[in-house]
Structures are given as C-alpha cells and as structure tokens.
Design a protein. Sequence first.
Length: 369
Amino acid sequence: MNLGIDDLPVRDELRGKSPYGAPQLDVPVRLNTNENPYPLPEPLVERIAERVREAARDLNRYPDRDAVELRTRLAEYLTDTSGYEVGLANVWAANGSNEVIQQLLQTFGGPGRSAIGFEPSYSMHGLIARGTGTGWISGPRHDDFTIDVAAARKAIAEHRPDVVFVTTPNNPTGTAVPAETVLALYEAAQAAKPSMVIVDEAYIEFSHGDSLLPLLEDRPNLVVSRTMSKAFGAAGLRLGYLAAHPAVVDAVQLVRLPYHLSAVTQATALAALEHTGTLLKYVEQLKGERDRLVGELLALGYEVTASDANFVQFGRFDDAHDVWRKILDRGVLVRDNGVPGWLRVTAGTPEENDAFLDAVREIKKEQGS
C-alpha cells in the first residue's frame, strides 16, 4: 500500500509541512550546519571516557532526574563568563536547546495559545510551536535583518502572544540584538498579556558583545536559552540549558519526561565543562576565521550581513540556489536557508574556509564580475 503522511489522521497544522533538516552530502568540505569544526581535544576525550566509565557502573539505576551536579556546573560557567550570578535554582538542562524550547512551549504555549518570532530566524521555533499545538506568528524585521522595534511592539500589542522569541545572534543572519531592543519587547509583552520572552543565545560565545543574562534581574518572565552544541564543539552530545527565575525552572519540570537526561549525557557534559578554557580558545580562533570570511567576501564584492555568530550570510544573488549548486560542484557544502537572495556559510578551519573562498572566487570570475 502506497501510504503517505497526509493519508494518516495527523493534526491539521502538521499537514503539508516538512521536517527540519539540512542536506548531509558526501563532500570534502561541509560548512552548512554551524558545527564547530574542531574535534574535541584528546585530554577531554579521555576525561569523557573516565566519567562515562564511572556512570556505566550504575546504568542499572535511573540517572539523577534533577541533574543537580550538571546544573550547578552550568550555573558556575554562566556566572564566570557573564559576570551575572546564577545558581542551581536558576538553571535547567535538557537534550539540546530544542528540547528546552519544546518544554517551554509545552509549559507556556499549547492549544489556544500563540508564540511570535521575528523572521527570518531559527525555523525550529515555529516548528516546535506547531508541534506543541501553539499558534505561530511571523513578526517583522528591517531589510538589514535587524528587528523593527516599532513594528514588533505593534504586533505584540495586536496579537497578544503568550511567548515571544528573540534570537541573538540570529540564525541565519548572524545579527545581534541590542539589550535595548529586548527590553522594549519585554515591556510590550508584559503590557499585552503578560507573556514569556525567550532569548535564544545559541551562538552567544561567538558574539562581539555580551550575553543578555543580566537582563534576568527582576524580570521573572524572561528566559535565556543556551546550548553546548556550538561553542563547546559538542553537537553530538545534545545538551541545552536555560537560565531564568527559579519559578520558571519549577514550571518546566511539570512537562519534562521522567529521567530525561541520561547518566551518559550528564557525565559527558560534566567532562566538557571541566575543559571550558581550552574549548573557548577554539571559539576565539573561529571568531577570527569568521571575520576573515566577512572581509574576503566583502572584498570580492558580495553583500554580507554583520555577523556575531560562527557563520556568515552573504549575497545577494538573483538565484541563490544556483550559486549554492555551483559552490557544491566545487566540493563545498554551504546552506541555502530559503532567505531570498542569500546563502549562509559556517566558519570552518582555515583550510576549509580557503576552499570555500577559492570556490566563490572561481564563480565570480566565471560571471565576469
């Protein structure tokens, strides 16, 4: 029987939708998924093995369902790197920042409720909203991809969403959001409902500016979401976390699955947190490579969106997908996010970035520009 999704009794809001994903093609250089290109250093790999070996002795038992040690170490990391003090009660962790967002939407969104994000932005916000039965509203941006504050405030007042997403640095554009903008949107959200405001800082370690964690002070409806996938070079770990008022941490536990973080995940994350100094040195290298990509692309005559992340959005193209294919034909995979006229490239190793730049130089030369 030839059966498709639409032949099943799936929810109406899921019909005709596509799952999130980026093509994983067998090419020499993959710069399309914003991964950290540097493998974990060998001392960290050995420490992970030690911690996992210790955890394996008790795998017949459920893990610590509250992940107390891990959340304590995450709180210390946030305090050390931001200067804003957070503690165990302010931090929650889950399987990637996507599960963090899912738990937040299960708690504060859901049927009969809505969420707003300012697009183009991280497409999983809208996908997870639909998956939790939360209505999705696409908010406005300026042509330079910054948030149109006046229009955003108007949209919040009109739609009165239960959840407001602000992504900084923004994916796929790389643009950072000033604290003043977040404060303006927070005030608008509280006047409208009040609503939860989620600041997604998945790429904050790569930013030129500071984390917005200090904005949590006296703002119980504000949440800052983070991940270990990018700066920590641990995309395969799947560990995300949030910082918020303790009441928010208590609230998301109403929807968390029992023992959702495995003992192996907790052990691996704890090992990584012991090596933050080394891992953040890789971040500094990648920031330098990102800035090199920006400079080289501008010199070639491309338009480049100002980036505070580990990737660069560049264009503009009459047919972005055609250019994507031409770059791929030269052995380099970048991301066509569907933003009209633009492509996105992840900052890789110097050698990977050289391969990408050689490819776009050849394309420019072919086009006679």
